[in-house]
Each structure stands twice: as structure tokens, then as C-alpha cells.
Design a protein around this ligand. Structure first.
Ligand code: CTP
Length: 399
């Protein structure tokens, strides 16, 4: 399963470095190409000769080879890799990664890497439990880095608790399942709408809403992570996204979002409508700034086109369409009505009554309702993980 995969292993200086011999052997046995970067301290725990022999590649420690002056390009390494695993990741290395410190090759490669990154925190119990370490691990997770969770047991210090690096066989299995999941949507293409729309009143004012776009961006990233191409049609948000599989089209108004969606949907295998599209727009957009008057002001609003319903009316049997419903009352009935009316395959229901769900926050709590009225209730989780639940469901329907 790992055949042809390019994996960089970054070893920092912890006693668990000795497990890297078996770990690299396992990766190579599964067909992976492995290059090993070691920090200076790592060399004190396991010899470069052992790692070079097992990985079948020279070990990289310095920015250049001291023997012949060859430059070890961290940029090239970062581009070469399909996966960068930092194991063991000591508290020191984790802290540096979280803060963008770039004082060795392991770290400069981390900063340059375009591929997914995994790290295996390994340290003594008290260091692991320290708020600084826990915060740094959270920061890395927020960058999308994946934790290979430490296991509990007796530590090198004699203390007992969490902080042991996972067993090499388990780490190989974890990576194997990561790649098999990652290839599951290769060859598929999805359209995702995200964020709010702005409906212009005059050159300086608009009608908008509080949508941050985080959910739609997380879904786009999850789809791309599994190998799908994504056309992300984004309203005005302050998020950035950098993935070669994701083409971002910036729009402002519901009309622009509608035009872009209608243009791209026919070439897609499915659409995920996570944007909070304004239902109405001012009938007239003033060409110069509207001045304050003494009287009340009335703005006449006209309805916008329903993008989801329009795509629902043109979708083929092979195309999927997924909508969202953000409700305050009669959640289930309203969501079901939208599912029918917009010809969706399933609808993701957020209730504003649930704490931690909805606009702006980093978490979400969803229910998925499908055409068979099956309701799947999910726990409160990060938008990244919720995106995983939604994409799992897309895969389950598998049109
Ligand atoms: N939607 C859309 N185009 C619109 C309005 C909504 O594509 N003009 C999509 C949203 O992206 C979402 C779903 O339709 O996936 C439901 O959006 P929502 O605003 O909850 O539904 P409305 O049909 O606008 O109903 P209401 O606002 O009355 O609840």
C-alpha cells in the first residue's frame, strides 16, 4: 500500500529514536521511499549508519554535506515528500515547529513541506502534561498537522503515564490507513460554495451575514486531502487556502456565486452548498454614497436565485448535491423540507440552539438527514473533524 510513497522521517533527540530503526524498516518493507533527517541530538540516540542502511539513503543532518559541500535543499525535500513524519517529536522540536523556528534541517524542511505532516510527541509525563506543550500540540493541530498519539506505560525516566512513542508496527499501520483513505476520491471533482455573500447597497455599504466560511473551507481541504479536485466558490472571507487541488473562485454577491456555480457544476461529481447566501439583494444599487437624510429610509429588496435549488434542478443521476440548514426552530421539519425542495442527496443540519455550532466558531455540531429520512447525529467537534464526517457520508453514498 505504501508502494512508491515518498516519506521523510525527521528524528529529533529523544530516547524513542531507537524505535525508528524498526519503523523505517517497516516503511521500506511496504514499498515506501524513505529519507531520514536527524537533528544533532538524535545522532546521540541512534547512529546515522543504522538509519542510512535501513532507509537505503544518506542521512541528512546539516544544511549542506560537510564532506563535499553539497546543499541539502529543504525546499526540494519538502516538494519530494508525500508525507513528513516527525518521530520522535520532542517537546523542544514541537515548540519550535509551533513557533516557526528554523534552526536545523528538520525544522526548515517542516516549514517548506507542502505535504501532510504527522508528528509523534514523545517525552516525559510532566513535560507532556505541561500547558506549554499541550498548547504547542494544539497549535500544530490547528495547522492541520496530524498527531500520532503517544501511548501510556513505563517511560524511560521510570515514571508511568502518557508520553511513550507508539510502537513502530502501529505507526506503519497508521500511515498505511492514512494513505488508503487519502486516495479514496482521486479522479473526483467537487464544487463547494462557502462564506457569506455581500449584496451592495451603494459603493461603501452592503447587506451581509456573519458566516466565516470555515466550514466550507474545511470541507474543501478534506476533499482535497482524499485526492479530489475542488472548485471552491468563496464569498468574502478572511481565510486563505493553499492546495494545488483546490481552485478558489472569489465572488461577492449571490448573483456572482450563482453564475460561477452554474458554470462549474456540470463538470463536477457533486456540489456541497455550505455558503450562507443572502436571500435578498437591494433592487437598486446606488452608484454614489447614499447621504444621511432626516426621514426613515427604506431599501426595497428583491429575492436572489436559490443556487442549491438551481443545481438540484439540473443535477444528473450521477451527481451528488449536499446542502446545509442553519435553523433556530422546527429544525428537523425545516431541514427535511429543504432536502426535498432543493433535490438534495443529504442535508447537514446545524441548530443555533446547540452551543458551539454555527457561525464564526471553530467547532460545529451537526446532524445529517438523507433521502431515507435517516438521521445521523454527530458529537460536537472541530470543523476539521466535522468536515471528515461529511466527506465520509459523501463516500458512503458513492454515486
Ligand atoms: N442556498 C443557496 N442559495 C440561496 C439560499 C440558500 O444555495 N439563495 C443554500 C445554502 O447554501 C444551504 C441551503 O441552500 O445549503 C439552505 O440555506 P438556508 O439559508 O438555510 O435556506 P433557505 O432556502 O434560504 O431558507 P430560509 O432562509 O428561509 O431558512
Amino acid at each position: 500500500m505504501l508502494k512508491g510513497k515518498n516519506i521523510i522521517l525527521g528524528i529529533s533527540g529523544g530516547i524513542a529514536a531507537y524505535k525508528c530503526a524498526t519503523f523505517v524498516r517497516g516503511l521500506v518493507k511496504q514499498g515506501a521511499n524513505v529519507k531520514v533527517i536527524m537533528t544533532k541530538h538524535a545522532k546521540e540516540f541512534i547512529t546515522p549508519l543504522t538509519m542510512a542502511t535501513l532507509s537505503k539513503n544518506p542521512i541528512l543532518v546539516d544544511f549542506y554535506n560537510p564532506e563535499n559541500g553539497d546543499w541539502n535543499s529543504h525546499v526540494d525535500l519538502g516538494l519530494w515528500a508525500d508525507l513528513y513524519v516527525i518521530a520522535p517529536a520532542t517537546a523542544n522540536t514541537i515548540a519550535k515547529m509551533a513557533n516557526g523556528v528554523a534552526d536545523n534541517l528538520l525544522l526548515t524542511t517542516y516549514l517548506s513541506a507542502k505535504c501532510p505532516v504527522m508528528f509523534a510527541p514523545t517525552m516525559d509525563l510532566d513535560m507532556y502534561k505541561h500547558p506549554a506543550t499541550l498548547r504547542n500540540i494544539e497549535i500544530l493541530k490547528s495547522y492541520g498537522n496530524i498527531v500520532i498519539e503517544p501511548t501510556s506505560g513505563e517511560l524511560a525516566s521510570g515514571l508511568v503515564g502518557a508520553g511513550r512513542m507508539a510502537e513502530p508496527e502501529d505507526m506503519v499501520a497508521f500511515i498505511d490507513s492514512f494513505f488508503s483513505k487519502n486516495n479514496s476520491l482521486v479522479g473526483k471533482k467537487f464544487l463547494v460554495t462557502a462564506g457569506p455573500t455581500y449584496e451592495k447597497i451603494d459603493p461603501v455599504r452592503f447587506i451581509g451575514n456573519y458566516s466565516s466560511g470555515k466550514m466550507g473551507y474545511a470541507i474543501s481541504e478534506e476533499l482535497a486531502k482524499r485526492g479530489a479536485e475542488v472548485v471552491l466558490i468563496s464569498g468574502p472571507v478572511s481565510l486563505s487556502i493553499d492546495n494545488p487541488l483546490i481552485e478558489r473562485i472569489n465572488v461577492e454577491s449571490a448573483k456572482e456565486m450563482y453564475d460561477a456555480s452554474m458554470r462549474f457544476f456540470p463538470e463536477c461529481d457533486g456540489g456541497i452548498m455550505s455558503a450562507a447566501v443572502a436571500d435578498f439583494a437591494p433592487k437598486v444599487q446606488a452608484s454614489s454614497k447614499v447621504k444621511r437624510g432626516k426621514d426613515n429610509m427604506t431599501i426595497e429588496l428583491v429575492p436572489n436565485k436559490d443556487i442549491a435549488a438551481s443545481l438540484g434542478s439540473i443535477k444528473t443521476d450521477k451527481q451528488l448535491l449536499i446542502g446545509f440548514a442553519l435553523e433556530t426552530d422546527n429544525e428537523f421539519e425545516n431541514a427535511q423540507l429543504k432536502l426535498e425542495k432543493k433535490n438534495l442527496d443529504f442535508i447537514v443540519l446545524n441548530s443555533l440552539k446547540d452551543e458551539g455550532a454555527g457561525f464564526g466558531v471553530d467547532t460545529n455540531k451537526i446532524k445529517i438527514i438523507d433521502r431515507n429520512d435517516i438521521v445521523n447525529d454527530y458529537p460536537l467537534d472541530s470543523k476539521r473533524n466535522v468536515a471528515g464526517f461529511i466527506v465520509d457520508y459523501i463516500e458512503k453514498i458513492n454515486k
